[in-house]
Design a protein around this ligand. Structure first.
Ligand code: NAD
Ligand code: WQD
Length: 339
């Protein structure tokens, strides 16, 4: 059995961290990425961390001829599929682009895998498939009611892969529903660097701390939560990365399909994050409580117990470490991979 793992979207935030965890576990990641939302210089950083430059192919997951060539030229034992677009607002504005990239991209990949006889697939799904859940912690059995095209695209892919695994029971599929990934590798060499103004909380807080932005706008202070601000299940990206390795190992044991939450099982409010970041960075984070952000859910967090019993995986890093690692990355790389 080869130890080559195709990592689509492997130059991106979660994919790059997963390449570190893969290398540490003895796998050889082969990255396919169109660099639409990432920087090729991440490869040098990966080499510095792991001692090996991962194989890299610049290209699009919707390019069937490229995939066929790639599967022909390399003995690939499994695929981790991160490649996709993830901005909720953009998906509302341009749904066709989102369905094409996220759904069609996966269809092309699955067809190429079928043709090549590669039957192990780990897919990046999202807690966004739950929409506005009835209760937290959310178990995987909760109803899925995505609230935007991005969420629908993730749910559609889950359905496609469940149908495929049902039709061809020798496939080994893991649908991993991430909660809110944050943090960075402890080296400070790789991390998240959104283009333009960040949509997400942690990168915004980082940019305030480093002086790139004046103050955080807290989107709503009147939610029915302990301090009135939104509550989420933030999970360290290296814990997530290790969850993918655990999912690959699980897939190697037996065919089947698993759907698993990857989160900590703990909710943190916006102000909890601000306070933890202030502790980690020693800097004050200026903020202002403003109106709610349209479409936001007040509070949710996951029940990760199925991932623990199925994979033996559990998030180990807490909010303080998420903030400390985000800060180390941000401080050393205020312009991302540009320096
Ligand atoms: P990211 O944008 O940093 O990484 C995605 C990578 O895929 C980028 O490097 C991008 O260039 C590449 N890519 C996109 N479309 C491609 C295509 N058609 N062909 C080849 N490469 C392509 O995002 P991320 O945060 O690392 O997310 C990775 C995956 O996890 C995505 O599928 C995302 O939807 C999912 N996810 C992310 C979050 C989150 O909050 N970050 C939460 C849940 C799920
Ligand atoms: C977290 C909390 C905001 C920014 C999104 C996607 C979801 C998933 C993860 C991919 C909320 C508040 C934020 C700011 C703020 N991605 N906030 N000021 O919305 O939970 O999830 O990323 O699958 O699909 O929707 O994450 O980081 O944007 O927000 O007060 O400037 O921080 O209101 O309570 P979210 P987020």
């Amino acid at each position: 059995m080869s130890n080559n793992i195709l990592v689509t979207g492997g130059a991106g935030f979660i994919g790059s961290h997963t390449c570190v965890a893969l290398a540490a576990a003895g796998y050889a990641p082969l990255i396919l990425d169109n660099l639409g939302n990432s920087d090729v210089r991440v490869l040098e950083r990966l080499a510095a961390i792991t001692g090996q430059t991962p194989a890299f192919i610049e290209g699009d997951v919707r390019d069937r001829a490229l995939l066929d060539r790639l599967f022909h030229e390399n003995v690939i034992s499994g695929v981790i599929h991160f490649a996709g677009l993830k901005a909720v607002g953009d998906s509302v504005a341009d749904p066709v682009r989102y369905y094409d990239n996220n759904v069609n991209g996966t269809l092309v990949l699955a067809a190429a895998m079928q043709a090549a006889g590669v039957k192990t697939l780990i897919f990046s799904s999202s807690a966004t498939v739950y929409g506005d859940p009835e209760r937290s912690p959310i178990p995987e059995s909760a109803p899925c009611r995505p609230a935007n095209p991005y969420g629908h695209s993730k749910r559609m892919v889950e359905q496609v892969l469940a149908d495929l695994q049902h039709a061809q029971p020798d496939w080994r599929v893991a649908l991993l529903r991430y909660f809110n990934p944050v943090g960075a590798h402890e080296s400070g060499l790789i991390g998240e660097h959104p283009q333009g103004k960040p949509n997400n909380l942690m990168p915004y807080v980082c940019q305030v701390a480093v002086g790139l932005r004046d103050r955080l706008a807290v989107h709503g202070g009147d939610y029915p939560t302990p301090d009135g601000t939104g509550v989420r299940d933030y999970v360290h990206v290296m814990d997530l990365a290790e969850g993918h390795v655990a999912a690959l190992r699980h897939a190697a044991r037996a065919p089947g399909l698993v759907t698993l939450n990857l989160g900590t099982g703990q909710g943190a409010s916006v102000l909890d994050v601000v306070k933890a970041f202030e502790r980690a960075s020693g800097r004050a984070i200026a903020y202002e409580i403003g109106p709610r952000r349209p479409g936001d859910v007040p509070a949710y967090w996951g029940d990760p117990s199925l991932a623990q019993t199925t994979l033996g995986w559990q998030a180990r890093r807490g909010l303080d470490q998420m903030c400390a690692d985000s800060w180390r990355w941000q401080q050393a790389n205020p312009k991302g991979y540009e320096n």
